[in-house]
Design a protein around this ligand. Structure first.
Ligand code: MLT
Length: 263
């Protein structure tokens, strides 16, 4: 059965090279709050993925390719043929799925606290067990599971960033979280795909990321021939919130490179 069409909620500000900022699981556009500053130089498009934020949350499995197709439909509506895709964690997996579908629409790709690997069996089983818990207990279960891993262990326990993330996750519809978990469990490895692309790529890693270890980002970078690695010191899995200025600066530098190589 074909997936239901959804019109994504989004913001579109600034002018210049188009960049799409794609949030991770189970978050929303709100995580990119500080990076809206890029609008002084670029056209910044910030969607909510299907099932997240203010976008509709139909039932079904949210394959990464389906989430990417939603983004292509949004870009078509905005008459944006090519863009730089910046994906946080799951947003990075969505960007990679988009690249597999239509790499000619990419001017660059940044993986922010993300990776190219598929789930191993244990991780896949863990996601499917979480689906069961959320189906009965609701979205706040996802917040309880995610929060201890999201930030650097050095972030103070009472940091407002934790509460901000908890509220975003708890507000994400259970159908959205379940659809995404099932899609995450099915995703395929994209390492070869990323190594082959001929547009600029950026691996932006947090030195304290508990979900995507720094070593994994270093290994991925070593496999890319046109890739840059930016390590944000002190940041965990939420570099754009924990170190907003450094993250924005690294993205700005990367976007300038993408602009130069596309002109
Ligand atoms: C995310 O932040 O999007 C998730 O942690 C991704 C994942 O679980 O692989």
């Amino acid at each position: 059965m074909a997936a239901e069409h959804v019109e994504l909620s989004f913001s579109d500000v600034g002018r210049g090279l188009p960049v799409v900022l794609i949030h991770g699981f189970p978050l929303s556009h709100e995580i990119w709050h500080a990076q809206r500053a890029l609008q002084d130089e670029f056209r910044v498009i910030v969607p909510d993925l299907r099932g997240h934020g203010r976008s509709p949350a139909p039932e079904g499995i949210y394959e990464m390719s389906l989430l990417a197709q939603d983004l292509f439909a949004l870009l078509d509506r905005l008459e944006v043929r090519q863009a730089v895709w910046v994906g946080h964690s799951m947003g990075g997996y969505v960007a990679l799925a988009g690249c597999r579908l239509a790499r000619e629409r990419f001017l660059g790709l940044a993986l922010v606290n993300s990776q190219t690997l598929a789930d191993h069996d244990e991780a896949r089983r863990g996601r499917l067990a979480l689906v069961e818990k959320i189906a009965t207990g609701g979205s706040h279960i996802a917040a309880e599971v995610m929060l201890p891993k999201l930030f650097s262990p050095q972030l103070p326990v009472d940091s407002p960033l934790r509460e901000e993330a908890r509220q975003i996750i708890a507000a994400t519809p259970a159908t959205g979280i379940i659809g995404a978990l099932q899609g995450l469990a099915r995703r395929t490895d994209s390492t070869t795909l990323l190594a082959e692309v001929d547009f600029p790529t950026l691996i932006l890693a947090g030195s304290e990321d508990q979900i995507i270890p720094l070593e994994r980002s270093r290994q991925l970078h070593a496999q890319l021939h046109k890739g840059t690695l930016a390590v944000i010191a002190g940041a965990g899995h939420m570099a754009m919130r924990e170190r907003p200025e450094e993250t924005t600066r690294a993205l700005r530098d990367f976007l300038r490179t993408c602009g130069e190589s596309s002109s």
